[in-house]
Design a binder for this molecule. Structure first.
Ligand SMILES: [Fe+2]
Length: 377
């Protein structure tokens, strides 16, 4: 069967105790492998003690050079040592925000090519310590789903979906075998892992029809949007983080952005307003720079879109109207390779979310905080 030659193996373990460190070692045909490691299970804190203080890592856009398939000229991929810096962070888990690998022209035309790219990039030596250091969750964006700016029309999207499920270990993947959307929880934080590709309409489809938002122009698609809204209603988390592959709230973006899909954008914004959903923060990637966008809402708390990018792929300096983007939190722009660290801490009812952007060596570049009270309608 196609894909067997790559054959990533997943092992599910049940019946573990909470808040316990487990060590593991692989034994293959009675031979002990040198590969070993350890992990700590989540605590069972609910109804027993305060929500734990913790941190998690996140970021997007990992490009590993492979000369034969790369565009000629200066290599697009930068120093993968950033993943060694991340491996040293004592974080609870990692959320990959998409473009986690980059399929090339020679990859996305065939199923074999898609498997090859995932397999090649996942085996990078620079990533090994990081894989072992913490649980790894993910969403995808265009490049690890298909071609640049690809949408729901991509013919091999179900192959990409299968590869995604085989190389990641999210708790679930979409509904009815379609899409990758899911949810993870840690402490008093829920992260909603959305799929901005599988159901997406073309970026170039008219955004308005007869002066109204075009209801046929999908970003999440109706079923996923219904799921997201239901899941937000179900959530009692202090911070509800909506992770999206491409940017969400930047009105000045000329790149891909949820804001440019007016029908579903307004639907989601009206829902958040109407239902007075508290604690919402957007977490996005793709842009090849990092920044925090503030989106004011009359009569409600301002929403923030934390964009973190890239790990190793090229840097895209902001241009035109975005250079002095009035929606950007002052001092939050990073035009360098980086990752983000989210720190959640504080007493009950006084929980604070701190976002730090870190550079290649793990050096802290920027720190920004928001309290749960500031995210209350
Ligand atoms: Fe992207």
């Amino acid at each position: 069967m196609l894909g067997n030659e790559f054959n990533p193996i997943q092992i599910e373990i049940g019946g573990l105790d909470f808040n316990t460190r487990y060590e593991y070692q692989f034994i293959l045909d009675k031979l002990k492998s040198a590969a070993r490691g350890s992990f700590i299970t989540k605590d069972l804190w609910q109804w027993r003690k305060p929500a734990p203080d913790f941190s998690f890592l996140t970021g997007s856009c990992a490009y590993f050079n492979e000369v034969v398939y790369d565009r000629p000229g200066k290599p697009y991929g930068g120093d993968p040592a950033i993943f060694e810096s991340m491996a040293r962070e004592p974080a609870a888990f990692m959320v990959w925000l998409g473009d986690n690998w980059y399929t090339r022209e020679a990859d996305y035309g065939s199923a074999w090519g898609l498997w090859y790219r995932a397999s090649h990039d996942r085996a990078q030596p620079a990533l090994r310590n990081f894989w072992k250091s913490m649980p790894q969750y993910a969403i995808w964006d265009d490049h690890d789903y298909g071609p640049d700016n690809s949408d729901g029309s991509y013919g091999l999207k179900d192959v990409s979906l299968e590869i995604f499920k085989r190389y990641w270990s999210n708790p679930s993947y979409g509904q009815d075998g379609k899409g990758i959307y899911s949810q993870i929880s840690y402490g008093d934080v829920d992260v909603f892992l959305t799929d901005d590709r599988y159901f997406r309409s073309s970026d170039d489809l008219d955004d308005s029809v007869g002066g109204n938002p075009n209801p046929e122009k999908h970003f999440f698609g109706k079923k996923q949007l219904d799921w997201l809204e239901d899941a937000l209603m179900q959530s009692s988390a202090t911070f509800k983080i909506i992770a999206v592959g491409s940017q969400a709230l930047n009105p000045l973006s000329r790149e891909e952005c949820l804001h440019n899909y007016s029908f579903e954008f307004h639907n989601l914004m009206q829902f958040l307003d109407r239902q007075k959903v508290r604690g919402v923060v957007f977490l996005t990637g793709d842009r090849h720079h990092s920044e925090i966008i503030k989106f004011e809402r009359p009569g409600n708390y301002a929403l923030y879109d934390v964009t973190t990018s890239p790990f190793t792929s090229g840097i895209a300096k902001v241009e035109g109207a975005e250079i002095n983007n009035p929606y950007r939190v002052e001092g939050s722009l990073v035009q360098d390779r980086s990752y983000a660290k989210f720190i959640i801490a504080g007493k009950k009812n006084e929980r604070v979310l701190t976002v730090e952007f870190h550079g290649l060596d793990g050096n802290k570049l920027i720190s920004w905080s928001i309290s749960e009270k500031q995210l209350t309608p």
